[in-house]
Design a protein around this ligand. Structure first.
Ligand code: NDP
Length: 284
């Protein structure tokens, strides 16, 4: 069984980013991370993103706002960042507290700076298969890790467990772009094991520790685990029972060290792409 290592895909992205930065002639793109409150998940993602940007030679700044910020105040500050000529890309950490209207906020962000693909314009582009748009970084990270290991997708059956707007849904669209045949499963799916066993490529993005076992995996399939869960002992784990799954799969991603390690590298690539476009448009 081959372990699909996120670090391999991230290193490949780093090489591409370094080449493209040279072509930008010394311009260093800037990422603005917006965080509301102090949720441990957000803090950990922010730390990961900051260190990745630094490693790739990119600039990043954090904007941490109070958990009880009003919608009006949030909108004012967020628009300022979106319109800031020195900011090339934005990452908004979500979910947001209930007083903030996410639908409205998605419409405030400049689509050209919307690195995690939350604006209606980018959502539509991903839906239509227009590669010009920014897809959510985690969904794209799944495709990137498969491409790094030259896993063929064309004509293959991809089964995704999870239909969230952040992972499952956009990933279904990205698999379609790669000419895979796609099934999306969720909590109302009737026989999850049977659906999963049909997969040439099985992706789990449910957020349930160990819910995918050996019975869900066809012999020789490729298993990609997007889930990030914490065990009662405080250990990080995915949705897949790695031992059981690796007994059947030909290739599988670990957690940690799999998809999560690629997500911030994709974010960095999106930042460079955003800066390249702004340069073309004479905005930097
Ligand atoms: P959500 O909770 O928004 O969505 C989970 C999806 O999984 C839902 O569509 C849900 O179905 C489905 N699901 C949950 N339990 C089951 C089940 N028992 N059987 C079938 N389907 C099920 O989560 P996210 O999409 O935001 O995240 C998913 C996981 O990915 C989490 O563990 C998260 O931490 C991780 N993640 C990892 C990232 C990374 O960089 N590696 C980044 C983002 C997320 P239904 O719609 O019917 O409720």
């Amino acid at each position: 069984m081959i372990i699909l290592k996120g670090a391999e895909a991230a290193a490949q992205i780093q090489r591409e980013v370094e080449e493209r930065l040279k072509a930008l002639g010394g311009y260093v793109p800037t990422l603005a991370i917006v965080r509301v409150g102090e949720k441990p998940d957000d803090l950990s993602y922010e730390r990961g993103a900051l260190s990745r940007m630094k490693k790739f030679g990119l600039r990043a700044e954090s904007h941490a706002w109070p958990a009880d910020i009003s919608m009006e105040e949030f909108g004012e500050r967020f628009r300022r960042i979106s319109e800031d000529g020195d900011v090339d890309g934005i990452l908004l950490l979500r979910p947001l507290p209930p007083q903030l209207d996410e639908r409205e906020i998605e419409r405030m962000i400049d689509p050209g700076k919307d690195l995690d693909g939350i604006s209606p314009e980018n959502v539509a582009k991903v839906f239509l298969g227009d590669r010009d748009g920014f897809a959510p970084c985690t969904a794209e990270a799944v495709i990137r890790i498969l491409k790094t290991y030259q896993v063929p997708m064309e004509g293959k059956r991809a089964v995704i467990v999870g239909r969230s707007p952040v992972v499952g849904r956009p990933l279904a669209m990205l698999f379609l772009q790669e000419h895979a045949t796609v099934t999306v499963c969720h909590t109302r799916t009737r026989d999850l094991e049977r659906e999963c066993r049909e997969a040439d490529i099985l992706v789990s993005a449910a957020g349930k520790a160990g819910m995918i076992g050996g019975n869900h995996v066809r012999e020789g399939a490729v298993a990609v685990d997007v889930g990030i869960n914490v065990t009662p002992e405080g250990k990080l784990c995915g949705d897949m029972d790695f031992e059981a799954v690796s007994g059947k799969a030909a290739m599988a991603t670990p957690v940690p060290g799999g998809v999560g390690a690629v997500t911030t590298a994709v974010l960095a690539e999106h930042l460079v792409r955003a800066a390249e476009r702004r340069k073309e448009q004479g905005r930097v």
